[in-house]
Write a protein that binds this ligand. Sequence first.
Ligand code: ADP
Ligand code: MG
Length: 643
Amino acid sequence: MGAEAKKETLGFQTEAKQLLHLMIHSLYSNKEIFLRELISNASDAADKLRFAALAKPELFEEDSDLKITVDFDAKKKTIRISDNGIGMTREEIVENLGTIAKSGTAQFLESLTGDEKKDSNLIGQFGVGFYSAFIVADRVEVFSRKAGEPAAKGVKWESSGESDFIVEAVDKTDRGTSIVLHLKKEEKEFAEGFRLRGIVRKYADHISIPVMMLKEDHGIDDVEEKEDGKKAKKKVPEYEAVNSARALWTRPRNELNDDEYKEFYKHISHDFEDPLDWSHNRVEGKLEYTSLLYLPTRAPFDMWNRDAARGLKLYVQRVFIMDDAEQFLPMYLRFVKGVVDSNDISLNVSREILQKDPAVDSMKSALTKRVLDMLSKLKKKNKEGYQKFWDEFGQVLKEGPAEDGANKEKIAKLLLFSTTHNGEPTQDQSLEDYVSRMQEGQTKIYYVSGESFNTVKNSPHLEVFRKKGIEVLLLTDRVDEWFISHLMEFDGKQFQDVTRGELDLGKLDSDEDKKQQEEQDKNAASLLERIKTTLGDKVAEVRTTNRLTDSPACLSIAEDDMGTQMRKIMEAAGQAIPESKPNLEINTGHPLIEKLDKEADEDRFNDLTSILFDQASLAEGGQLDDPSSYIQKLNKLLLDLSN
Ligand code: ADP
Ligand code: MG
């Protein structure tokens, strides 16, 4: 006890210090957001109290009218934001306002460039929070008393936002938290009635509890009691709510404007940028619930962190129950933010119960459909917006076919690809686009996958497709082979890796092509034999090919072997990979092959064959087993040439 009462000076956690510094220096163009953050925190604190009081009504201390009050003092240049929410203990205040709990913060900070303009955008995706107070204030005091604790358990936190803060025990009779901002000289305009009112109204509109301000131009000095207790008040202070204080999602769509939706998004998501799109729905019938789902504009910095918070804010009959209720959406839609408010879930629900509740299951599948429909609409009505979405979240969506087989077809329609049609790395072609351009007699959707766009775009395997004008998908994301293997087909057409197995173009091959091929095969028998002897067990088989028009040779993989990208993923994960050998396919019409066939000198034949094999493997973006031997052989040939 005694020790607690003492005044203590504590240092900010390193990351908190860095973030504070950045915030103060890079958010100058959007200063007023500190009010959004502080009002948002006050509203969260009210939500938390209401939830805790479900089990312990005495926490309300006979004051269940939750509200936020914003006061100002123009003379002293101060703003005060008070709430009667859950409040904080001394430990909590040190923990919450001295550190940054988000995992991945260190990496996030490393990713910053030092360029303040660029970084201010990045900070946005991190969420600025309480520290934004220091954008406008050079000193911040926080007074707090946790609900259910005696007045003597109050705590004061104070800092100038540099390297440390002070905590000390104070008496605080009223429950909750009060934040006093001592504005920097140049920011004093925020402590003026008209300006402040305007901003508060903007950021409080969607908040579900009243945000109170003094009527008209009353300043805080008008209300303070004189120390001697005399009636010294000039005016009777009259407060009024500046917002409608109805939970935004409970209001009908036609009463809400875009700005209100956007502000609400920022409140629940801790995001800084406007959302890309949203969908607001009330469902009545067997289950009754309201959902408001948002697509962010930008991926959060921790999207690939498995433990990162995800999911919706859950309310039951307007009462906040929990953040990050991940039971309502599948993992591959983890970028969606929003609120679900249900009438069918019990108020004392827990995460464990949610997992087993069949009502939650049906809500999950309905909400999943909602999101997929919202995406599909966005794709139709706003190509540019959808492209933005795809660039940020396309990789995550590709997890869908594996996780959610039932919605495979819907997800497939949302995918975007690069293809040989436009030959650009911009992924902007859909499978529907592809199918609409399919050739007569074409039954498959062809793709080639590899490490980089240039590797796949210039793959020798595409030669015959180019000749016949057949479109091929160019896949370069690491996950592509894996997700295609789960997707399997689209619109009744199977996916076919162009580097796999014997190329069977079905009806796309004319009888003439086929005859020519057979002819070639017959004549090439002895050459194939010679090559196979030279390469030995580097290859499974040597055969002629219909894949090539310009290149002399290429490698193909057996029908059931693992693709190259999958191999790399498994390798990186340290997993054992089944051994497999490629086939070497040669283009008998190519002058180099003709030359090889006529080569009588065994040594030169062997060298040429090795070079051909190595080149075929290089063209796939593969790595040579013995690059220096390749170079030696090639140089020898080059010398021969110049003699
Ligand atoms: P976030 O709101 O994203 O968690 P903030 O930086 O805004 O991050 O706030 C940090 C934490 O401080 C909050 O999570 C909350 O626990 C605590 N906090 C801030 N403001 C209040 C408040 N008015 N009442 C109670 N707790 C608060
Ligand atoms: Mg916050």
